[in-house]
Design a protein around this ligand. Structure first.
Ligand SMILES: Nc1nc2c(ncn2[C@@H]2O[C@H](COP(=O)(O)OP(=O)(O)OP(=O)(O)O)[C@@H](O)[C@H]2O)c(=O)[nH]1
Length: 822
């Protein structure tokens, strides 16, 4: 027994074995080795028990477990416990069955088969009023008529009534009443088929099914010819019809064991899966699918973060007027003589909308408070390993979440029981390949859509370093969330799907590989580790690796990264090679560098702030999330320490509301453990005493009492533009992003253009508009005059002094703040 346990598990084993409620609970109890062994032994045990009744999966598994995974003794015990099934009495054959058997026997004896079925086509016989037509045949013709009219009804329903149909994954589904009607008819047709002496088979797979049935119950001819049957032709028609009528699904449902017991769980699962795949392909089949469907539809109908800001923007500007002006200009039209008219909105000075309440300003404290239990920061820092925050970027489906799920599993931050649980849950909805991604994608919306929506942070540790992963969404609709993620990181892991054509679609055609990398560069990411992912799909070919590497290198250099700022690691998030523990396959001989975690450790050591005196810099904190209990007595702000340190008992001021609060406690890591201190680079939660939570917003900044952060409405910056569809000019409606802040803004004034390679070099003193890839000093102002953003200049803080500008859902530029006008 002990051989199945590693040391940690022995302690578990000594504990009392729990009383298991169900099979899942038992599976979770097993360790990895036991689980694998059980996977092999359990099917064998089930097979041996097929002549026994009264057993269930859990009791079989428990018995195997109790018998130290030795099948022999377990089977003896089980067979003793359960009764052997009574043999079924010989079934009396019906006349038709007797006929079928006779025909089969005659075939075996090679005697010519004499068909008793008239060869006259069925419909002709009906027309000629053939009184000999069997009842079964008549019923089938009636059903044929009903099914055809049902099909018409279905088509009408599809065409006429939008609310009766739903298009899911390109397949039109009709309302369930129609489905159930069709099912009933289909089952009746199937029953008829059993009583008729021959059928024409709709498709190869159907032929296979009937062949199996014929062999099984011995009531069919063993001949490979199948006779014509109108019921089948109707099913064929249904199969080809455009509305629901999915014969495969009908067949699957028809074959579902009506009372599948626990012992038949596997059978029923596979039947369910088929039913699920064919009919409700994106929904969880074992739950109330209508409720799930409703939820999923509701999720999809919500506007994306970009939609929200674009809508706000539209409300705040006379967009059309500005766009008309912009459309008149060509990107290279530098010689426009007319000064573009400055477009103002009548709403400019309006009060903020109902969704954006005015933040009250409080009286800030001037005198700092002391830590409750002061600690010796220098000795604390000596115990700290180098820490690195990294963001995971890449095109949608490049495998970012899977890569991070695998990494967390291999470094032991996630236990194997969770992975097994996720494996099971994802299998149920037919998304088993996403089980590792589910470690990071935790909301139902993300799991159902298979797409990361929000940023997710997770901590892990190796012998050399500690890390915080920020998993960012790859989908273009969620770029604002990716910006928030990038703003928090020191370095980026860019996941590139090396699959055939996959890299090309993520890199060209407006994919997110370029946009994310540009954002990373604009927001001050110093180093990029390119995870050359999904190499398993191209058999670890070196040529594929090199081709992608050279194409990406050109792009990286264009945007200002040098080869020393880049690392390249071939890997597969799904199978694990190149991540941490799993060795490369023998076919991969051309890469000898560190695996992904090894490279992260190297970079952590390089970027480590250990040794730097963080006590000399002021404490500044970026707020990413705010929560509070119902009485508002306990407010928690989550975010990143941008500089300095803080300890419980010290007071901080939140900007722009300028309210000062005492830090009650500091919570660290995935399991919110209380800590004595937070230092630069830490992602923590600060529990505040008596805060006005309604005046704290995501994107606000906090600092130690005594240090002010200016909040501004207007600022001067150096703006570098990306690829533009239309030129930017004063008044163009834009959205400004900095960390978790997003605010409608516009260019107030184009001051002068500068050389984008040497920003101090002025090119033109008068600029009327800005085209793609240009640089200029501009004045930017927020649209809502009541709003202020706490800001630093780039000189004061390299990370917080940068903003990103988007327009109509596309990133159009990045700005370095030069000065604040407040
Ligand atoms: N063969 C193979 N498939 C992979 C690998 N990594 C991920 N996949 C598959 O690619 C699909 C997408 O994976 P995700 O991890 O959700 O991709 P993502 O980049 O996080 O997706 P978004 O967050 O929505 O942008 C899933 O079906 C994964 O199983 C890999 O290394 N090899």
């Amino acid at each position: 027994m002990s051989k199945f346990y590693d040391e940690d598990d022995v302690a578990d084993y000594d504990d009392e074995v729990p009383n298991f409620q169900d099979e899942d609970e038992f599976d979770d109890y097993l360790n990895d080795d036991e689980f694998e062994l059980m996977k092999q032994l359990f099917p064998q045990a089930k097979k041996e028990l097929q002549d026994y009744q009264g057993w269930d999966n859990l009791s079989v598994k428990v018995s195997i477990f109790d018998n130290n995974f030795e099948l022999g003794p377990a089977m003896v015990e089980l067979k003793r416990r359960f009764k052997k099934k009574e043999p079924k009495p010989e079934k009396k054959l019906s006349a038709l069955e007797a006929l079928a058997r006779k025909r089969a026997e005659s075939k075996l004896n090679k005697t010519p088969l004499v068909s008793t079925v008239p060869k006259v086509p069925l419909l002709d016989r009906l027309k000629s009023g053939d009184k000999q037509t069997s009842t079964a045949t008549k019923t089938s013709i009636n059903l044929a008529g009903r099914l055809q009219s049902l099909k018409k009804e279905g088509t009408t329903t599809c065409n006429d009534s939008g609310d009766q149909t739903k298009k899911i994954n390109g397949t039109t589904r009709t309302k369930s009443s129609l489905q159930s009607k069709t099912h009933t008819l289909a089952s009746r047709l199937a029953n008829l088929r059993k009583h008729k002496p021959g059928t024409e088979i709709a498709s190869t797979s159907d032929k296979e099914e009937v062949k199996k049935d014929a062999i099984h119950d011995n009531t069919r001819t063993s001949d490979n010819k199948y006779h014509r049957d109108d019921s089948w032709s109707i099913l064929n028609q249904l199969k080809n019809s455009s509305c629901f009528c999915n014969v495969n699904s009908i067949m699957a449902i028809e074959k579902t064991p009506v009372s599948a017991g626990i012992a038949d769980k596997q059978v029923s699962n596979s039947t369910f899966k088929r039913k699920h795949d064919d009919m409700f392909s994106i929904f969880y089949p074992n739950t109330n699918y209508r409720a799930v469907k409703k939820q999923a539809v509701a999720n999809f109908s919500k506007p994306s973060p970009d939609d929200v800001v674009v809508n706000k923007q539209k409300a705040a500007f006379e967009v059309d007027k500005v766009n008309e002006k912009v459309a008149d200009l060509s990107l290279n039209d530098e010689k426009t003589n007319e000064e573009p008219e400055y477009v103002t909105s009548e709403d400019d000075d309006n009060e903020p909308s109902a969704e954006e309440p005015l933040v009250k300003t409080h009286k800030k404290a001037e005198i700092p408070t002391k830590p409750k239990n002061p600690i010796d920061i220098a000795s604390y820092l000596k115990t700290k390993k180098p820490h690195l925050n990294f963001v995971v970027l890449g095109h949608v489906d490049a495998g970012k979440s899977t890569l991070m799920g695998r990494l967390l599993y291999e470094v032991g931050a996630v236990d194997s029981k969770l992975i097994r649980k996720l494996e099971k849950e994802s299998e149920i909805i037919g998304k088993s390949s996403f089980h590792l991604a589910w470690v990071m994608d935790q909301t139902a919306e993300e799991r159902n859509r298979g797409v990361t929506v929000d940023i997710c942070t997770s901590d892990f540790e190796t012998t050399k370093s500690t890390f915080t992963i920020v998993d960012a969404p790859g989908h273009r609709d969620f770029v604002p969330n990716a910006i928030t993620g990038i703003s928090q990181a020191d370095v980026a892991v860019l996941s590139v799907d090396c699959g055939t054509d996959a890299f090309e679609s993520g890199f060209n055609l407006d994919g997110q590989t370029k946009e994310h990398t540009l954002l990373a560069r604009s927001l001050g990411i110093k180093h990029i580790i390119v995870a050359m992912n999904k190499m398993d799909t191209v058999s670890w070919q070196e040529s594929r690796f090199r081709d992608i590497q050279s194409e990406l290198t050109v792009f990286f250099e264009e945007i200002g990264y040098k080869s020393k700022d880049l690392s390249w690691v071939p890997c597969s998030g799904l199978t694990g090679e190149g991540i941490f523990k799993t060795a490369y396959p023998s076919s991969q001989t051309w890469y000898q560098g560190p695996n992904l975690v090894g490279e992260l450790e190297n970079i952590a050591a390089k970027h480590s702030t250990i040794g730097e005196d963080v006590t000399k810099e002021p404490f500044v904190f970026s707020i990413l999330d705010v929560t509070s209990n119902s009485k508002k007595t306990n407010t928690i702000i989550s975010g990143k320490v941008e500089s300095g340190t803080v300890q419980p008992g010290e007071s901080i001021t939140v900007f722009p509301s300028e309210q000062s609060c005492v830090v009650d406690s500091i919570l660290h890591g995935n399991d919110s453990q209380k800590g004595d201190i937070a230092v630069r680079g830490d992602f923590v939660q600060l529990k505040l005493l008596t805060a006005f939570v309604e005046d704290i917003q995501c994107g606000d900044l906090a600092s130690i009492v005594g240090v002010d952060i200016p909040s501004s409405q207007e600022f001067t910056s150096t703006l570098l533009t990306f690829k533009l569809d239309r030129p930017l000019l004063p008044g163009t409606p834009l959205i400004l992003f900095r960390g978790a802040t997003e605010q409608p803004c516009r260019i107030k004034k184009l001051c002068y253009s500068v050389d984008k390679r040497k920003l101090s070099k002025v090119l033109k003193k008068k600029v009327k508009h800005l085209g793609s890839q240009q640089a200029a000093v501009v004045e930017i102002e927020l649209v809502q005059k009541t709003r202020r953003i706490p800001m630093f200049t780039c000189e004061q803080n390299k990370k917080l002094g940068r903003v990103v500008i988007r327009k109509e859902g596309k990133t159009v530029g990045a700005a370095l703040i030069k000065s604040l006008d407040y």
